[in-house]
Design a protein around this ligand. Sequence first.
Ligand code: CU
Length: 608
Amino acid sequence: MTPSDRGARTYGPIGRRGFLRGASVGVAAAAMHCGVSDHAVADPPAGVPSPLLFHSPPMRPFVDRMPLLPVVRGDHLNLVAASTTHRFHRDLGRSSALGYGGMEYLGPTIEHRVDEPLRIHFTNQLGAHPFARDMDTTLHGVGESYRTSPPCSLHLHGGVTPPDSDGHPERLVFPGQSLLHHYPLRQYAAGLWYHDHAMGITRANVYAGLAGMVLLRDEFDTGEPGNPLGLPAGQFEVPMVLQEKVFTADGQQSMRTTDIVPQGSWEGGGAGDVGLVNGAVWPELEVAQGLYRFRVLNGASFSLWNLFFGNRMRFWVIGNDHGLLDRPVAVRELLLEPGERVDLLVDFSGLAAGETVELRNDEPPVFQAAILGEVAMPLFCRFRVGSRRGFTGPVPQQLRGAPGLPAAMPAPATPAVVRNVTVSQPYAARMPPAIMLLNNITFDNPAIEMPRQGTVEQWNIINITPDPHPIHIHLVNFRILGRTPLRTSDYQLANPQPPVEVKWTPSAENFLAGPEQPPGAWESGWKDIVRVEGGTVTRIIVRFPTAAELGFDPDATFPRSPMPVSEKGGAAAHSMLGGNELQGYVWHCHLLDHEDHEMMLRYRTVRG
Ligand SMILES: [Cu+2]
């Protein structure tokens, strides 16, 4: 095993940075942002903090312990979303927040066996929203009443879930309402997560705290000591929700990062200037001298991170969004987009007692944020090596494809259908600011994708924006074939983008500036979300399962409102707008600000 590089990031003559110089700068400046803290860590970013950005107050790193998320088990769980307060750092006061399952912030880790049905009775008990004043009522579906009576929609990200339980963004659960979700979990053992998905306010709900981890187990990945895979378990397996924040001077978490965009208007990005793990700013975790399994989620709204350890030690990726790789892949850094998970092995056995090592990020901000003065948010947490011995087993040689292990990963299937989809940001469409689009259409447009059940498809995801977007498809999992640089200007000149709502998915075949870069070995497993780099075509192979395989009808209709319409005006008003029947799933960008502003479409998977 040799350390791989960070995957497909270098695109020869039209590298990402080079392309950015051609981007439309003026309007984009209003759309993105982020912060930099000049006092954050031992090696603060050089220069003066940007006057265009808000900055978190000073906080000492590593003074708080890393919270370990509680685990809940059972076939029938109650999950309540509630308004809370939470102290993110000992130097800060308590902040308004949202939490699941009695927690102040985030939710408990749900652990469950695959193929055993799970029911979650979800209840919305939210009061006035912590970000009431930040909601943008010009966005799709957002009612004035949401400020004081915010709806939720519980989505199990990565779940192979019936449509009426999937957390459709328009299947809204208002305060005082409940919905029973059915999860058959006929799928692979993997690290999933759950989070809110309510139309137009997903970024506000998730940033406020509505997210949690899910660990799906099977007979191999039991989560118990002595498991057949030889993986660390128990206290040596640690779920870690990585996030970013900006805090106000009085310690309130804030969705706002720049004065350039007025409060209450969509900013376009929710990046932060401090890093969090499991709800704590720059915490420290004491580790034993041994091997650890870290279940890492990028639970941020906006930022792509290049994760590495401060001592540049190597670590191993053993699994992607939907389960284990064939064998561990050694890396020294990796890129993680919002919504993506990686299953990691990290070896502290060679470090002396008292040594520390930081988990860091050096991914530069996107261009639109950089011009406001943003720099990379550099730090998440620190590990302090204790004197006790931990898990002493070796890094396994193999995780699949040998006796006593799960079957090897198959090669990506051969597609029967090739589908082009586009990712764009037509600046002129809505001023200000920009709108984010898939296929040049918005959520209500009926020109949706309708793949047939049982069909293997290749999706060519054509990203003409200069920035990466994490594209997520509900219900399914897929494999990455590769990323090919696109001659974006030529493509657009030959295929002028029509007005919004005219579906626009021209082939990129004649505009490729190859060669295609295959996925890094560490991201070659089962995925449900893919990093789609700016100015590239990303090919994925996705099979849409049949109703028989799923055990439910993925094309069933279901009511928009889970309960009889309540007196809460929001639900009544909303359900009258667009009819009462919903159908199918969604696919979208997992930058939550983008998903909230039309970079999300419905799709149906229809009977073959
Ligand atoms: Cu996006």
